[in-house]
Design a protein around this ligand. Structure first.
Ligand SMILES: [Zn+2]
Length: 264
């Protein structure tokens, strides 16, 4: 589904074999085994305008992960700008077995708290996920894909969501990098229901972007964002993370315990 101008950014020489790996779930599992990774979230979201993904990505990832949900979490989304009936679409999507919803403001072109303004139907997504205990991951920080709109990159609107949906599990993806690290860390410290994901940040620069990482060790989740631009090896990413020397306790929480608590 990827638009022609987007595809070369993740299907290039630096991402050797990405097309084969993503062709089948068995290939993905083999790739994870080789990388020393037990479980992964397969991130998908509806972004017809920027990336090319239509609502069928939900059906695709649900069937891709079927029979492998012990290791692959199907992640999908509902784009409120492209649905007449958001309430029935979020129910349909979750009924497929989607285990997490991704909201991508710079690629979906709305702000997380738009339900307080001109898009009241956005609240249907949060309400349904809160009720079913399905986490929502919000992309935060800038995007370099053509047509991404970085006016939606700031994590602060998530403050409203955390207040209005206190039982919803919220994951702030990419810790607001590179411009909004302080905001992201503030939100994680402020709200018991807000967690932070470290994907898309070069591990060597992690403490520059998330200086309070050790304080947030109980609420931080490791991730890579593979195969996004610049992210070429999952294994190397883990090795570089461990080389930071944060200590076995912090590493274990971030690489295993916190995710295991959130995803069962
Ligand atoms: Zn993202």
């Amino acid at each position: 589904m990827l638009k022609a101008e987007v595809r070369p950014m993740i299907d290039d020489a630096a991402h050797a074999g990405v097309r084969d790996i993503l062709a089948t779930a068995d290939n993905v599992l083999r790739f994870l085994d080789e990388s020393g990774v037990e479980r992964a979230c397969c991130i998908n979201y509806v972004s017809p305008d920027v990336m090319g993904f239509t609502r069928e990505v939900n059906d695709w990832v649900a069937s891709f992960t079927k029979g492998h949900r012990d290791r692959l979490v199907a992640v999908g989304s509902v784009n409120p700008l492209h649905e007449k009936d958001v309430r029935s679409e979020i129910r349909r999507v979750l009924d497929l077995g989607i285990g997490m919803i991704k909201v991508h403001p710079p690629h979906q072109l709305y702000t997380p708290n738009a339900y307080r303004d001109d898009l009241p139907q956005v609240a249907e997504i949060y309400r349904e996920c809160e009720q079913r205990s399905i986490p929502i991951m919000f992309h935060t920080g800038t995007s370099i894909f053509p047509k991404a709109r970085n006016v939606f990159a700031d994590p602060m609107p998530i403050d409203d969501v955390a207040i209005d949906f206190p039982k919803l599990t919220i994951i702030i993806a990419h810790a607001g990098r590179p411009l909004y690290g302080e905001t992201a860390q503030f939100l994680v410290r402020r709200h018991p229901n807000v967690f932070v994901d470290l994907s898309g940040i070069p591990p060597k620069a992690l403490l520059k972007y998330v200086p309070r990482l050790t304080d947030l060790a109980d609420k931080a989740l490791w991730g890579t964002d593979w195969p996004s631009p610049g992210v070429t090896s999952i294994r190397k990413n883990v090795e570089e993370f461990r080389a930071l020397g944060l200590g076995a306790d912090v590493e274990r929480k971030i690489l295993w315990d916190n995710a295991s608590r959130l995803f069962g």
